[in-house]
Design a protein around this ligand. Structure first.
Ligand code: C5P
Length: 233
C-alpha cells in the first residue's frame, strides 16, 4: 500500500462522522480511522456505510485477549472488509499469530495487521514502577516491534520520532503508522512527541494518522490536502 494520510474520525456518532465525510464528496476519498468511541456507539454498520462511500478504513480497536478469542473476533472484523486493523503487541506472539489467522479470508486476502507497542500515554516511569517492566521504553518498543514482525504482522503504530528506530530494527518494509502529527504553525493540543507531515515523511512513516489538525480545521478539505502535499505526493 502506498504512503497515505489517515484521518482519525474521532466523532461520537454516525451522523457527525458522515456529515464530516460529506465535505470530501467529489474529491479524493480519504483513508479514515474509526476508533473505539465511534465503533462502540454506532456498531459495524458505520464501517459498512463508510466503506460503501468508497473510503479505506483503519479499524483501531486494539484487540488484546486470549489467542482463541482474538482469532474469532478478527474473523468477524475481516468480513467487514476493512483495510487495516490492530492488536496490542503485549498480547504475545501467539496472540498476534492467532489474529493473523483469523483475519485471513478463504481466498488468502486480509486487511493489514499492525501492533501497538507501548501506548504513547505510558511513560517509562509508569512502565517500570507500575507494570514492573524493567527495560527502557525504547528497548521495549523495539522488542515488541520485533515480536510483531516474528508473528508475521505488517507493522506497528508508533510515534513518528520512533519510526526510524523501528525501521532499523525490523527493516524498511515493516510499516510504521504514526499519530502525533501537527502542522509547523499549529498548536500541539495534548500531544507531546509530535512532528510535521513533511518531517514524518523524511523519518520514514508509511501512514500518518491526523485527527484535530483536519477535523477541527475551519476548512478540513484544505487541511487534508495540505497533509497530502507535505507527506504523500
Ligand atoms: O487529534 P490528533 O491528531 O491528536 O489524533 C490522533 C489520533 O491518533 C487519535 O485518534 C488518537 O487516539 C490516536 N493515537 C495517538 N497516539 C497513539 C495511538 C493513537 O494519538 N499512540
Amino acid at each position: 500500500m502506498e504512503r497515505d494520510v489517515i484521518i482519525a474520525c474521532d466523532f461520537s456518532s454516525a451522523e457527525a462522522t458522515l456529515a464530516f465525510l460529506d465535505k470530501f464528496q467529489g474529491g479524493r476519498k480519504p483513508f479514515v480511522k474509526i476508533g473505539m468511541e465511534l465503533y462502540y456507539a454506532a456498531g459495524p454498520d458505520i464501517v459498512r456505510q463508510i466503506k460503501a462511500r468508497g473510503h479505506k478504513i483503519f479499524l483501531d480497536l486494539k484487540l488484546h485477549d486470549i489467542p482463541n478469542t482474538v482469532r474469532k473476533a478478527m474473523a468477524v472484523l475481516s468480513s467487514l472488509d476493512v483495510d487495516m486493523v490492530n492488536v496490542h503487541a503485549a498480547g504475545t506472539v501467539a496472540m498476534m499469530k492467532a489474529a493473523l489467522e483469523g483475519l485471513t479470508r478463504p481466498d488468502g486476502s486480509r486487511p493489514l495487521l499492525i501492533a501497538v507497542t507501548q501506548l504513547t500515554s505510558t511513560s517509562q516511569e509508569t512502565m517500570q514502577k507500575e507494570l514492573l517492566i524493567g527495560a527502557g521504553i525504547n528497548e521495549t518498543i523495539v522488542k515488541y516491534a520485533q515480536n510483531a514482525k516474528e508473528a508475521g504482522l505488517d507493522g506497528v503504530v508508533c510515534s513518528p520520532l520512533e519510526a526510524a528506530m523501528v525501521k532499523d530494527a525490523c527493516g524498511k518494509g515493516f510499516l510504521t503508522v504514526t499519530p502525533g502529527i501537527r502542522f509547523a504553525d499549529a498548536a500541539a493540543d495534548d500531544q507531546v512527541r509530535i512532528t510535521t507531515p513533511a518531517r514524518a515523511r523524511e523519518i520514514g512513516s508509511d501512514f500518518i494518522v491526523v485527527g484535530r489538525p483536519i477535523t477541527a480545521s475551519p476548512d478540513p478539505v484544505a487541511a487534508y490536502n495540505r497533509c497530502l502535499n507535505e507527506f504523500a505526493d
